[in-house]
Design a protein around this ligand. Sequence first.
Ligand SMILES: [Zn+2]
Length: 431
Amino acid sequence: MKIARNTTLIHHCSLIDGTGGPAVEDGALLIRDGRIAFCGRMADAPFAGPEVERIDGMGGTLLPGLVEAHFHATYFNISALEDLDIKYPVEYVSMLSSVNARLALECGYTAARSGGCLFNIDFWLKRAIDEDLIPGPRLAASGREICSAGGLMDWNPEFRKIGMEGLVFIINGAEDARRAVRALVKDGVEWVKTYPTGDAASPDVNDHHTLCMTFDEMHAVVATAHNHKLKVTGHCRATQGIKNALRAGYDAIEHGTFMDDEALDLLLERNVPCVPALYFEKASVERGREFGLSQLVIDGHQETLEAGSESARRILRSGGRLGMGGDYGFGWNPHGDYARELTFFVRDVGLTPLEVISCATKTGAEIMGCGTEFGTLEVGKLADLLLVDGDVLADISLLEDRRNFLAVMQAGIIKAGRLATPFPTVVRREK
Ligand SMILES: [Zn+2]
């Protein structure tokens, strides 16, 4: 990804650095060659000569670029699970994914960690973004997911005579688990996404209290993945599934819905981050009926919403780490709505706006393994940031509407927002 080759001063703004500290009023940030050279009060800023480009923050808020911690580029606002793997061919889903990536960047998300995708689209999407062929968040790629036979993701009935090869490796036993991870190693993904448990979406045989993988299978996934330096995460709702994942050595927990004391202790012991992805649950409850979800499914999402909110609160209050985002790409929870997660965590879960912003920036970058490169506004880090017209701490929901954005920047280059060039130049491929 290109890096700015100039010096820019952003001034006249309130500055939130993402570390959790209070906002700096009358803040200023100096960017030299794409990296942060100064961040603090304007009164303390180094002298900036006439060669320095200036951006007037108009009294707005400057914060690190947001990180979507559970991004599904290939989910195209579907309304039924099977749409995810058999509605369109991979060629068309690839194009839809590039549109979703661009939208995420325009929504202030300068980075994203994938939570699984169709075929190996993520890996190539990441490459196209890195080579500036298409705009999008810096991506941590996942790929096809792993679930045991008969589990949550094994939904195509036998009479269709098709498998789940586009979306999921369906495994039986530890040997299959190792084979699936080895295929992902060859695909070049960074994260292996698994399904230790079911979900409210499948109330008959794979609900949110059901296990969908054995401990042996999960352990085989982790051992193989770690051997090849890949990280492992999993869709964990049921209490036992969370514990199995943590004992098997998972690097992150998705959802972490039904946490008991023992599960929380296991999580905190290794400081494993959790991505609750709760707004999806709220949207499922509020809008599910419009999209034909049954009452049983909606009731399950309500139970998930309540338990998940309580678990997320406990994790943060106990000193654990939460990533923000998750599962946007369903009809009732479409791409572009990502920042509703942040508003939800302030208004419904009870976190402070500063806490939520740290989760959505610093922790997100840490989950991606990039905590030293971006995620906070600190000297030396890449200038991936978001300049918002308005006081974000007074109204976190300003982040939901990209029309409020003055600039979305990656490595010092404005990619979106009102200050972006109206007609993006086509980048000629130089390799
Ligand atoms: Zn997901």
